[in-house]
Design a protein around this ligand. Structure first.
Ligand SMILES: [Zn+2]
Length: 226
């Protein structure tokens, strides 16, 4: 069951965010790609200790700038966007600086919200998050396919015909879904067609599925293993 929150200004009690579904896993559910959002829209994640990007402190609340509709940007330099290197650069309409936006062309894009400046008010989730944990005992492509069918609530069985599965699901346009793989190399080694699914989704512009593969290379795997 996903939990969701609206970020509220601690100073004036104004809403600062849309409803954000919290991603709660013991891994880094972020994609570190310059020029792209680190997290899926409609989601938030509390940075865990050891998360290294931008020297963001543990328990800072990370989200996308597009999910903070009233935030006022100011006091930041950058090339094509705010680089966040000068400290907090997003303010509430009341003037309280509550977050730092990192959004320059050479950076992955993310906003780091100070938990000291906001209150998390319960909200109704508008995005559902599903985590696919690695199963070391018997991982298989078929187990993965069964899981995916269950997540997407399909009536028909498409097996490993993932493109058909995604098409059938996108046609129903339900709640946006975020799918998180925890250990992409291991899944791939077990025969799970992770890349094929991502490619199938990518060909369906507008389909409300986001895929996050946080453990995608040796360095981040090593970081998770610490
Ligand atoms: Zn305020």
């Amino acid at each position: 069951m996903s939990r969701a929150w609206t970020l509220v200004c601690r100073a004036c009690r104004a809403d600062l965010s849309v409803a954000l579904t919290e991603i709660e896993i013991d891994a880094d559910p972020v994609q570190v790609v310059k020029g792209r959002d680190m997290l899926p829209r409609g989601c938030m994640w509390r940075a865990r200790a050891g998360f290294a990007e931008f020297e963001i402190a543990a328990n800072e609340i990370l989200c996308c700038s597009g999910d903070l509709p009233t935030a006022v940007l100011g006091g930041s330099t950058g090339c094509c966007g705010p680089d966040g290197l000068d400290g907090p650069n997003l303010r509430c309409v009341c003037g309280a600086a509550f977050a730092t936006a990192f959004g320059d062309c050479w950076q992955p894009h993310v906003v780091s919200v100070s938990p000291k400046r906001v209150v998390c008010a319960p909200a109704t989730p508008e995005v559902s998050v599903h985590v696919y944990p690695p199963d070391s005992s018997h991982p298989s492509a078929w187990a993965f396919a069964a899981w995916l069918h269950e997540v997407l609530g399909t009536d028909d069985w498409y097996g490993l015909e993932l493109e058909l599965l995604v098409q059938a699901w996108a046609g129903r346009a339900p709640t946006p879904v975020v799918i998180v793989w925890l250990d992409t190399p291991r899944e791939r080694a077990a025969g799970v067609p992770v890349q094929e699914l991502i490619a199938a989704i990518g060909r369906l512009a507008g389909a409300p599925i986001s895929v996050v593969t946080p453990i995608s290379d040796g360095s981040s795997y090593a970081r998770q293993a610490e």
